[in-house]
Design a protein around this ligand. Structure first.
Ligand SMILES: [Zn+2]
Length: 465
């Protein structure tokens, strides 16, 4: 027996999980949370289709919750084996999973208080304690080095861009016919030429099978220059005495925004003292990004050598305490305030919006994807009023969207990544994308010389290794 079973992120972009089984060994690649509409999130409560105690090992491609968020459940339900990851992933995973455990506990307490749960005593999906148990199983290893994770099963991490520590995987093991073969798992592939991190690297070995993400398989990212667009928003807003609010994800995006703001400071567009990073989680992630020197690309290394490190905590104002955040309320001079959450569903950005959204001097600059049903999407689509903390707030500030900042490769970049492989893979499976995206990528890859037509697995589909 040597099989691959697709257990998540089939026709969706969340809940990544793929089970690899051999006689006597079971390895799970990613164990992500399902996120989004209620019917999708309900999948998190369904027990795994295997006994977690019988799993030999887990491999995670990167720290994002949609790839790691069910690890605490796995650990709570009996899994005690190693969780392999690339070295920088462990620190980010700690931030992400402990935070998620805390939020789950908070939601359960809130549901109990309001009595809206069907359960007499609503329980959290997992607790902070469960998260810590999972984090204790992490084994962080270097990129580009083969590791024998189980007898006869060899794993190599390759850099995928996308997020600090994000990896594509090569896994080499025997098939049912006794032949050794290598499969590739792309994880989430980042964009080429983005700041701070190295570009996505190709998998080196010829692949019998490839499981490839397809998030933006039907998209082409605009080629606008992020820095120019951001600079224009800052200039026009500051000129009329307003501030720029940037709702941002704490991991990855916040650091990229700081990078561009640092360059704008060098160009004289704004002063470093006008920039505030108002998110404790983003501040901790920034420290991890800064400390991961081996992951910095040439431009970043050069900036650090010139004493222009964009992530230096002394460069901009980092608001660690609620007090520091609240002091921004009284600030009269223009400022750029970067705060979470990225889709304006919670976090400190809500306080700043409550204060400034109704004033046309100010601006809101979105730098990330705004999912349907979020407050961010409503503002972006021109809502006149939004409700924040039960209060109706008029939207009078100017609204901007910098679309070129994305953590995911678009179709052309995914094809480029595919072309960079040693040879066309024997078989290709597209996951981590909604169906229009995977179908568009399927067509693009099928047209590549030597490539097989990709398959679009459904939840629960099983194929031979
Ligand atoms: Zn990701």
């Amino acid at each position: 027996m040597a099989t691959v079973t697709f257990l998540g992120a089939c026709g969706t972009v969340t809940g990544s999980a793929t089970l690899l089984e051999w006689k006597g060994a079971r390895v799970l690649v990613d164990c992500g949370l399902f996120q989004g509409p209620e019917e999708v999130e309900r999948l998190n409560w369904i027990p795994f289709p295997f006994d977690p105690a019988e799993l030999s090992a887990v491999v995670v491609t990167h720290a994002h919750l949609d790839h790691t968020g069910r690890l605490p459940i796995l650990a709570r339900d009996g899994f005690a084996g190693p969780i392999w990851c690339a070295r920088p992933t462990r620190g980010l995973a700690r931030l992400v999973l402990e935070d998620a455990g805390g939020l789950q506990e908070e939601e359960a307490r809130y549901a109990a208080k309001r009595g809206y749960s069907r359960h007499a005593e609503p329980r959290p999906l997992f607790t902070r304690q469960d998260a810590r148990r999972a984090l204790g199983l992490f084994r962080a290893v270097d990129f580009d080095r083969a590791h024998e994770i189980l007898p006869g099963i060899r794993l190599t991490f390759r850099r995928a861009g996308h997020l600090l520590g994000a990896a594509s995987l090569e896994i080499r093991a025997k098939g049912a016919d006794g032949e050794h073969r290598t499969w590739g798992f792309s994880g989430d592939v980042g964009r080429y030429g983005v700041p701070i991190l190295h570009d996505p690297q190709p998998l080196a070995e010829p692949l019998a099978g490839l499981v490839l993400e397809s998030t933006y398989g039907d998209r082409r990212h605009p080629s606008d220059d992020t820095r120019t667009v951001l600079g224009r928003v800052v200039e026009t807003t500051f000129a009329r005495g307003g501030s720029v609010l940037v709702p941002s994800f704490a991991l990855g995006r916040a650091q990229e925004v700081l990078y561009h703001l640092a360059a704008l400071v060098e160009q004289g567009v704004l002063a470093a003292d006008d920039v505030f990073l108002d998110s404790p989680m983003a501040i901790r992630a920034t420290e991890l990004y800064r400390g991961a020197e081996s992951e910095h690309d040439d431009d970043m290394v050069e900036l650090i050598e010139q004493q222009l490190d964009p992530l230096d905590p002394d460069r901009f104002n980092f608001c660690r305490t609620p007090q520091q955040s609240m002091e921004l309320n009284d600030r009269r001079q223009p400022a750029v305030i970067v705060a979470g959450s990225g889709m304006v569903q919670g976090g400190r950005i809500l306080h700043h919006l409550k204060r400034r959204l109704a004033d046309p001097r100010h601006a809101v600059c979105f730098v990330g994807f705004q999912a349907a049903g979020t407050r961010g999407r409503a503002i972006l689509e021109g809502a006149d009023v939004v409700v924040i903390h039960g209060q109706q707030i008029e939207v009078a500030a100017s609204i901007h969207d910098v679309q070129s900042l994305s953590a995911h490769a678009d179709r052309e970049e995914l094809v480029r990544w595919g072309r960079s492989l040693a040879a066309p893979p024997g078989r290709v499976f597209l996951n981590h994308g909604e169906d229009p995206a995977r179908k568009a990528l399927e067509a693009a890859l099928a047209a590549e010389p030597g490539w097989p037509r990709p398959l679009l697995p459904l939840l629960g589909d099983r194929v031979d290794w």
